[in-house]
Design a binder for this molecule. Structure first.
Ligand code: NOJ
Length: 737
């Protein structure tokens, strides 16, 4: 449709129809035999509120969505197509490792490829918009949605944000092409910093912290062209984001230049009442539209109140028109007025979902993202000639995709046992269940309460596991959190492995010292005891459809583990938040120095996490040259290069994740001890050398100064280049300004 035609369409729509475009409901409510039950019914939503809704969410499948679209368009007064949205967070049917693991790959190019595939699958199944990426910076592993984040570094978060948006929308941002999805960056802003890590809790961020740490990835997603943005549920510095003109209209739109569609989070407009920000749904609707929320997801506020608010003059119709214009523009960019199905169809869906190419990339991304945290006596890689006992509840589990993989089919998931046997590694392997993931625990899933009781087979499982461990040369323990213990509404105060699994590990390690523990989790856990009981520890997070295959490849040395810690694994939850780019203090603690009293430290635990940012072992042995700088100083607009030569002196091919950190030695605002500012992945054969070259631009040096200007301040900088955030391989230069 031309812009002119679109304008005519908008002008010809009734107020009721326009308001409809701003309403989003669950897809099932637009199906032929729809009934409204559950929380939506409790909130008072009725089918009549949904009739003109301009978008739906939460369901997929080409046949199902085509049917809904056909029926809806036929009945719609202007035959305007529906927008179909859903949470495709790390894959549609081919589920890639969780975003936290993708962050650990430190490899945005591969992540972009994966999201291109996710988009192709989801679009073939009828979806137009995905509520992804989640670019909330997270430093508190108690928060369950840490699994959806890319970790603790603003720089890495920003690169992953770009990769996700480019993957979904294509490098040219042409949404009309088949296989493209519109991205929706979320949540704007501060949702990743709930006080005390408790889900939906308010966030308190100073202007400085917000801009320095939490906004860079949002800005990156906007610059990459994200078509939608979802304002956050929670309040930031006292005002709910959904009702904040300052956050949505002033910051997101006016300052950051976002011109696309804003969608509230699920029932967030209605929740303004519970938050005490609005007296009733009418006031909530008024606050939200004034703040700049275009679409009200799953609350009755816009559907019930907007028309009346405009008719009474309390809300200007101009605000409705602006929002509807943005929504229609998105539909037009997707080409829905020409093809309301956007290329979706049963044949296309069959051809695309879970195709070999997608499964292959998912498998290599597992190897790219698992982190080898410990490998004493080079117990890994395993030799398939020796006897290996695989023990634990994750040996046969297909529940390894995480709670956001809502379109997965559990049967598609390759378990660890299947990965080992089908990978050809299983000649001398035995497999035992050992124990359940949880016992005597109550966990709430999506609307379901699951109570995990004590199993009758427990003693038998343990006996069998101990016997197998005694007879084996090595034991691989497959342990971890339950998938319902991470994700939305899954904050935990105790971030350890469930106790009966720990008990099993203790008993097994007492009969066989050669234990390799594979840890499944949606967050960095406190792994102190796991590490003490194991010679090797491999963190695999929630590895997705091809998890078992990718993990087996790493365990048996077909591939070297490629992941690095993207969020610090705390020594104890009591250190939280603990991260690599915290600010320097006037009384820094030097763990290598003599006894110190009046310094910034804990008396009863280290300052440093158990596994620091950027850390991860491989099967290679890498030697770094000193850092070479192209010059000792740089002036305005100039670029320096920092380079290192890296040699693989080991006997196996491996990926080395070369990281560049920057330390601004003096600033008008306090500066982080060091900050990640660059990554190069080198894949080196034994004996091979590679070079990593980084450009240091003025932009990389910019900070928020004491007057809240974003600029590079003259002075000395230290560059560190190495294999983790604690490297001392460094060089200095001066920025002259
Ligand atoms: C609530 C979550 O916070 C948001 O991220 C998600 O996109 C919506 N629900 C829709 O499922």
């Amino acid at each position: 449709m031309t812009e002119q035609e679109l304008k005519h369409l908008l002008q010809s729509m009734s107020l009721e129809e326009k308001v409809g475009q701003m309403v989003q409901v669950t897809g099932a409510f637009l199906e032929e035999d729809a009934v409204i039950t559950g929380p939506a019914a409790d909130a008072g939503l009725e089918l009549s509120d949904c009739k003109l809704a301009g978008s739906i969410l939460g369901i997929a499948g080409a046949k199902r969505l085509r049917k809904i679209q056909e029926r809806y368009m036929e009945e719609h007064p202007h035959h305007i197509p529906l927008l179909m949205m859903a949470d495709v967070i790390h894959g549609y049917r081919t589920v890639f490792p969780i975003p936290l693991a993708l962050g650990a790959s430190f490899h945005p190019e591969l992540v972009e490829k994966a999201m291109t595939m996710a988009a192709a699958e989801a679009a073939s199944a009828g979806l137009h918009v995905t509520f992804s990426p989640m670019t909330d910076l997270v430093r508190d592993p108690r928060w369950g949605r840490v699994l959806e984040s890319f970790g603790e570094s603003p720089w890495l978060d920003a690169r992953m944000a770009e990769a996700y948006v480019r993957g979904y929308q294509g490098p040219d941002n042409d949404l009309s092409r088949p296989g493209r999805l519109s991205a929706c960056d979320k949540h704007f802003v501060g949702y990743g910093a709930p006080v005390a890590g408790r889900e939906y809790n308010h966030a308190e961020l100073s202007e400085h912290t917000l801009r320095e740490f939490h906004l860079p990835a949002k800005i990156a997603a906007i610059r990459a062209g994200t078509a939608c943005v979802m304002p956050a549920f929670q309040s930031l510095n006292g005002v709910p984001c959904t009702a904040s003109e300052k956050i949505v209209r002033n910051l997101l739109r006016d300052e950051l230049g976002f011109e696309g569609v804003t969608i509230s989070d699920w029932s967030a407009v209605g929740e303004l009442v519970a938050q005490g920000a609005a007296e009733n749904t009418r006031e909530a609707a008024k606050l939200a539209i004034e703040a700049g929320i275009d679409i009200d997801m799953m609350s009755v506020c816009y559907a019930r109140e907007l028309k009346g608010l405009v008719e009474s003059g309390e809300v200007e119709e101009r605000l409705v028109d602006e929002a509807v214009w943005r929504i229609l523009t998105l539909k037009n960019r997707l080409g829905l007025f020409e093809d309301p199905f956007h290329g979706a169809g049963v044949q296309e869906e069959k051809r695309t979902v879970l195709c070999e190419k997608h499964r292959d990339l998912a498998r290599s991304l597992v190897a790219e993202s698992v982190i080898l945290l410990k490998n004493e006596d080079a117990v890994l890689p395993l030799d398939s000639g020796s006897r290996t006992a695989f023990i634990g509840p994750y040996v046969d589990s297909t529940d390894t995709c995480g709670s956001w993989a809502i379109f997965q089919n559990r049967e598609d998931t390759v378990t660890l046992r299947r990965g080992v046997t089908e990978g050809g590694y299983g000649a001398n392997a035995v497999f035992c269940h050992g124990c359940d993931v949880l016992e005597n625990t109550r966990v709430l899933g999506f609307g379901v309460e699951e109570v995990f009781g004590q199993s009758e087979n427990r003693d038998e499982w343990i006996r069998e596991a101990l016997q197998a461990a005694k007879e084996a040369d090595r034991v691989v323990m497959a342990l971890g959190e339950h998938t319902l213990q991470s994700g939305e509404a899954a904050s935990r105060g105790d971030i350890t492995i469930p106790h009966q699994q720990m008990e099993l590990l203790r008993q097994i390690s007492a009969v066989n010292p050669n234990v390799v523990t594979v840890v499944y989790s949606g967050r960095p856990l406190d792994l102190r005891e796991v590490s003490a009981c194991s010679k090797a520890v491999l963190a695999v997070f929630l590895p997705g459809t091809m998890g078992g295959a990718g993990i087996a490849d790493v365990l048996f040395g077909r591939t070297s583990p490629g992941g690095r810690v993207s969020i610090s694994f705390p020594w104890s939850v009591a250190q939280v938040p603990v991260y690599h780019d915290d600010y320097t203090t006037g009384r820094p603690y030097d763990p290598a120095g003599a006894e110190q009293k009046f310094v910034s430290r804990y008396l009863d635990m280290p300052n440093e996490p158990l596994y620091s940012f950027g850390y991860g072992l491989t099967y290679g042995i890498f030697r770094y040259s000193p850092v070479r700088l192209s010059a000792g100083s740089m002036g305005q607009g100039q670029i320096l290069t920092a380079s290192v030569t890296v040699k693989n002196e080991g006997s196996m091919a491996a990926k080395e994740t070369v990281q560049l950190y920057l330390r601004d030695e003096k600033g008008t605002t306090v500066r982080p001890r060091r900050e990640l500012k660059g990554v190069k992945c080198l894949y080196l054969q034994p004996g091979e050398e590679g070079e990593a070259v980084f450009e240091i631009t003025e932009d990389l040096l910019k900070i928020w100064d004491k007057h809240m200007n974003f600029l590079a301040e003259p002075g000395w900088f230290t560059i560190y280049v190495g294999g983790d955030s604690r490297t001392e391989n460094s060089a200095r230069f001066r920025y002259e300004g």
